[in-house]
Structures are given as structure tokens and as C-alpha cells.
Design a protein around this ligand. Structure first.
Ligand SMILES: *Cc1c(COP(=O)(O)O)cnc(C)c1O
Length: 437
């Protein structure tokens, strides 16, 4: 990819990136951080506060990544900081039950009513892997249905992609994933209910669950078309299939109760992550008691974790979730107002410059695609102009605005994004798009 060199000074990031690659694969502990799909040098971050991140060279950015979702109240939120500091002095882990785990579980069940019982884990990946195991144990069936372009973490049976394999059997898109794993994963087209119905009928009585991002957030941001989630619910009811909403990204972000509240469709199980830990490593899965009673030690489905429900992480999560509960009457309106202004301002710029684009947004997450087409699934997402996005991304970095380093990631913002950040962002977007289009 042909990327103009950055106008800002990033010498220290460059040096650290060189050094990091000697002891860490690719210099990063998660591939999305490596700027691979936009080119250039990943920025090493020194600190962050509110809506701003500062890199090791001292450049400041308005942050639209928010640690990939958790920072709904901004970085270094004082409630989170105090909770973590306070807990640390009473030890960081016991490996025995604590009161704070009940407090967080009760808050989760309260905010997301379809969750009657919930198990804490340490990441979104663990949540989805465990939920699928429980769905399989509960139904006694093997196959799962996942959607092309949906991401559920890096569990073996989720790493299947479209394109290279036949539709009904996934082809592993990572070495190390066995053919057996791939065979149990059936791939469906996002936003296509008929496709799912055909898959379920072709494998009748052996589909354990359908797992879906109720708003796709890992191929850019693609909202569900009207009737899509309702259709999945209907198919699951007809065929005794467990419907799992992977709300690791959308949970607490698009409504207090996540996408299921926003669209009024109730899953059997829900996976959570990101916001639930307030920036510490937490995931959770839960749902109907009838299903969750299959989890060890009540039931036979094994799932465990030395650091699960870790008190430091639970204190941070509690600080964020209790603030969401207290402020929910105004919180989501505030986020909506910022999002709408951002979306409209950008649309204005794009229209004025005569650019082809398709914008999506649900509350405090969204995405800009450079394309003439409506984007509804993986195929249409892949047909957009990723090089244009890369130029847009690097141009914005130069202007002090940090969007996701990939066309196939959503942007996020939180309550710390206000008037000043909006203005700076819209001006930067205008300047950059005018220059690169
Ligand atoms: C981020 C994400 C995951 C994986 O969570 P990790 O904490 O990175 O393991 C799973 N599902 C969705 C929808 C996500 O956005």
C-alpha cells in the first residue's frame, strides 16, 4: 500500500516497534494493533485521559478506538481508577469467592434481563468458546452456525471464513485449526435469513447453536437489516437451536441492555466483554437458568478459570456498570447526540466533495465505507475502497484524530467526547478528505 510518510514526528514509536519485534511476534500482543491493513508504524501509547491518547513522541490524539470498545466513560475515569487502587491494597486475587462477584453478576442480570445466570471469564474469546460448549452440552448436538465476517474471538471453531471453501463447510483460515473443527462450523451470510434456514434444515437435529453479532462490528459496522434477528429467533425456536448473541462489542454500548434491548429480540445466551471490564480483562457469558445450569459445578459442562471474577477486574467492571445503571436515562441520549452530529457533519463533507460513501452507525459505534453500494455483509464490506480508508486513517492521525487502523473495524466514542472534540474531528475529516479524494 502506498502511504504518504507521516507529517508528525513518530521516531520513538518507530524505535520501540523495531525493538518489540525482537521479543514479541510482529511486535504486538494482538494483530489488529500492528497497522497491517493500513500500512505504516503502529503508535506506542504512553498515556490517555478522557477522550485523548498521547503517544511516546508526545503527539496527542482524539481517540475513536477506546481500547476497541471498553472506554465508554473515557480513559482513566476517576471511578475506575479509585476502585482499582482501593482493591489493589487488599490483594489482586484470592482464588476464592468474593462479594464483588455477586454485585457484578446482579448488575449484569439487571441490565440485560435475558441473562438469568452469568459466569465471569477473562476475555470475549473465553466467553464465546464457553457459551458454544454449553450450547453443545445442553442440546447434545455438534454443529454451530456462524456468519461470514462476524468475529467471535480466536477460538478454533470460529476461525472459518468465506470464499475459499464451500458454503456449508468452513475452511480454516488459520493454520493450526483442524479439519474436524472446520467441519462442525457452518457458515452463513450475514443479514440473510433464508440462507440460515436452509443450513439448519440441511443439518436438522444437529445444529446446537447460532452465534451472531447482533450488530456486526468486525467487518466495519453493519447493522442488522429489519427482520434478520427476528428471523434467527424464529428458526431457533422451530428447531430447538440455542440462539447466542455475541454482544462483546455491543453490550452496554448501544443500550443498557445491548443490541437485544435496542432491537427487541431476546437470545437464549449472551456473550459479553469489553465494557464489562472497564478496560481490565473481563468477559462473561450467561442466559437462561435452564441452560446455565449445565455449567460446572451445577452441571456437567466444564469451564473454569484461575483468575475468573478477579477482584481488581470486578471492581473496575462494577464501577462502569453501576455508572451505566445510574445514568442510563441520559447517557444513551448523550451518546446518540454526539454520534448523530459526527455522522451528519461527515456526510456534509463527503457530499460537498462529491465522494462515494456508505455510513453506518448505531448509537456510539459506527463506520465509514468508501463505496457506491450499500454494505450489508462480508462481500459488500470487502468490495469497498480499503486503500482510500488507509489514506483517510493516516491523514487523520496527522491531524491528531485516531480512528481504527482498519476499514474492517468500527469507531467508538464515549461521554468524554464533547463539543471541542466534535469540531476538531469534523475539521480534520474535511481537510483530509479534501486532500486525498
Ligand atoms: C472483541 C470481540 C471478541 C473477542 O474478545 P477478546 O476479549 O478480544 O477475546 C468477541 N466477539 C466480538 C463481537 C468482539 O468484538
Amino acid at each position: 500500500m502506498d502511504i504518504a510518510p507521516p507529517k508528525i514526528e513518530i521516531g520513538k514509536s518507530k524505535a520501540l516497534y523495531e525493538q518489540a519485534q525482537k521479543s514479541i511476534p510482529g511486535g504486538v500482543n494482538s494483530p489488529a494493533r500492528a497497522f497491517k491493513s493500513v500500512g505504516g508504524t503502529p503508535l506506542f501509547i504512553e498515556s490517555a485521559q478522557g477522550a485523548y491518547m498521547t503517544d511516546v513522541d508526545g503527539n496527542e490524539y482524539i481517540d475513536y478506538v477506546g481500547s476497541w470498545g471498553p472506554m465508554i466513560f473515557g480513559h482513566a475515569d476517576s471511578d475506575v481508577v479509585h476502585a482499582v487502587q482501593d482493591q489493589a491494597t487488599s490483594s489482586t486475587s484470592f482464588g476464592a469467592p468474593t462479594r464483588i462477584e455477586i454485585d457484578v453478576a446482579e448488575l449484569v442480570c439487571d441490565l440485560v434481563p435475558s441473562i438469568e445466570s452469568v459466569r465471569m471469564v477473562n476475555s470475549g474469546t473465553e466467553a464465546t468458546m464457553s457459551a458454544v460448549r454449553v450450547a453443545r452440552g445442553f442440546t447434545g448436538r455438534d454443529k454451530i452456525i456462524k456468519f461470514k465476517g462476524n468475529y467471535h474471538g480466536h477460538g478454533d471453531f470460529f476461525l472459518m471464513e468465506a470464499g475459499s471453501g464451500p458454503l456449508t463447510h468452513g475452511t480454516p483460515n488459520s493454520p493450526g485449526v483442524t479439519a474436524g473443527n472446520a467441519e462442525d462450523t457452518l457458515l452463513a451470510e450475514y443479514n440473510d435469513v433464508e440462507n440460515v434456514r436452509n443450513l439448519v434444515e440441511a443439518h436438522d437435529d444437529n445444529v446446537a447453536c447460532i452465534i451472531v453479532e447482533p450488530i456486526a462490528g468486525n467487518m466495519g459496522c453493519i447493522p442488522p437489516e429489519p427482520g434478520f434477528l427476528e428471523g434467527l429467533r424464529e428458526i431457533c425456536d422451530e428447531h430447538g437451536v440455542v440462539l447466542i448473541f455475541d454482544e462483546v462489542m455491543t453490550g452496554f454500548r448501544v443500550a443498557p441492555g445491548g443490541a437485544q434491548e435496542r432491537y427487541g429480540v431476546t437470545p437464549d445466551m449472551t456473550c459479553l466483554g469489553k465494557i464489562i471490564g472497564g478496560g481490565l480483562p473481563v468477559g462473561a457469558y450467561g442466559g437462561k437458568k435452564e441452560i446455565m445450569n449445565h455449567v460446572s459445578p451445577v452441571g456437567p459442562v466444564y469451564q473454569a478459570g484461575t483468575l475468573s471474577g478477579n477482584p481488581l477486574a470486578m471492581r473496575a467492571g462494577y464501577a462502569v456498570l453501576s455508572k451505566i445503571k445510574e445514568t442510563q436515562d441520559t447517557l444513551y441520549d448523550e451518546l446518540e447526540a454526539y454520534g448523530a452530529a459526527l455522522e451528519e457533519g461527515l456526510a456534509d463533507t463527503l457530499d460537498r466533495l462529491g465522494l462515494d460513501y456508505y455510513q453506518t452507525r448505531v448509537g456510539a459505534m459506527g463506520c465509514l465505507f468508501f463505496t457506491e453500494e450499500k454494505v450489508v455483509d462480508q462481500a459488500t464490506a470487502k468490495s469497498t475502497d480499503a486503500e482510500m480508508y488507509a489514506n483517510y486513517f493516516h491523514g487523520l492521525l496527522d491531524e491528531g484524530v485516531y480512528f481504527a487502523p482498519s476499514q474492517f473495524e468500527a469507531y467508538f466514542f464515549g461521554t468524554e467526547h464533547a463539543e471541542r472534540e466534535l469540531e476538531t474531528t469534523l475539521e480534520a475529516q474535511y481537510d483530509v478528505l479534501k486532500r486525498i479524494h
